[in-house]
Write a protein that binds this ligand. Sequence first.
Ligand SMILES: [Zn+2]
Length: 290
Amino acid sequence: MHRNIIKRNYRGRFAPSPTGGLHLGSLVSALASFLDAKVNQGEWLVRMEDIDPPREQEGAAQQILHSLDEHCLQSEFPVIWQSEQGEYYQRAIEQLWQQGDLYRCACSSKQIKQYRSQNEHCLCRDKKNDSFEQLNAQGYSLRIKVEAEKVVGFKDCQYGLIEQNIYQEAGDFIIRRRDGLFAYQLAVVVDDALQGITNVVRGVDLLDVTPRQIYLQQKLGFSTPVYRHVPLVCDEQGNKLSKQNFSPILNSAEALQNLQRACDHLKIAITKTQKIESLLNQAIAGWGKI
Ligand SMILES: [Zn+2]
């Protein structure tokens, strides 16, 4: 019996924060992760990283999802909203606490900076273990104990071997903020594991935090996805296009041209076409050759 059985063992994702609408920089990340999934005959999903309400813009999440649709980049699974995932993050915190990896910290970031400049950690770290109730008391941030001189390395598909001494670079980084909001590093690691993400393709601005995420994966017993970081889109002054520096929001009526520009940035050659479907098919073939 001869049948082509495709083993679907690839699952990728695009995970925007709703701090503003979709701009060219975020379209490049979405497209790159989509193309990588398609080349590998994998699945692709969208996850909304709405865990930081003070930074978010009303209506931005729906705007991003609508814009992705208009660019024919549709999630193959219902969109997960991080604001609804709190119980899973809290469960991960409980696990880390049980393992003795967490402590609550009352220090300001200025104080932490001072300790770190003297190559020390704050005194909160050395207190006897808190009960889970104490750990969850208001007014404290939760920090993970990073092993001294811990070096985490991984092979990025684009940038090669990346190694980082997390203790020196980040110290005991925050897992839950003083205001009670879960930290991005924790949420992303828990959701990638819950959603069975095997491959992460995203902007190179996140290369630097990847070792911290891998450290958390190891502490929580999760497997580590394959990473590929892609170059950022910059303006003429060399600044990253982002919502923070008011990058123009993409006009969905120009979806074809927007995708063409995203392909140009990713150095994928496209023959002129009037159809998004044809452009995406060419882009998938082109991505496979990069
Ligand atoms: Zn402290």
